[in-house]
Design a binder for this molecule. Sequence first.
Ligand code: FES
Ligand code: FES
Length: 141
Amino acid sequence: QVLPRFYHENVIDHYNNPRNVGAFDKKDSNVGTGLVGAPACGDVMKLQIKVDEVTGEITDACFKTFGCGSAIASSSVATEWVKGKKMEEIVTIKNTEIAKHLSLPPVKLHCSMLAEDAIKAAVKDYQSKHVNPSASSDAAS
Ligand code: FES
Ligand code: FES
């Protein structure tokens, strides 16, 4: 048995072969960027989504994580899970689901929390770029 007893093979796999590492242009109007940090350990995660403006579907996702193996694995899973889903679906992804998928031990739960927070922050960022301007144009007319 070469794997550390604590870690599920999904963690090792996502740590060794992280999916979707990279960055999109955060100024792109179709891109939402979530940048979050864990106060407990100082680890930082950036997760980005690319959204189809018409359907609201996530067409692509990527991440860069400066952090522990569990944080890297959590962000890798998160980018896989958000693709092809709608924004209102991905904000309901729970860190506990990610932690369960990776069988993270309790001390590593906050690492998966980073991924949940990063998804929500990315959606918020995208939405802030698409604020409905109708209110102000109504006033002007
Ligand atoms: Fe990749 Fe499940 S092993 S999301
Ligand atoms: Fe802090 Fe993993 S130890 S994100």
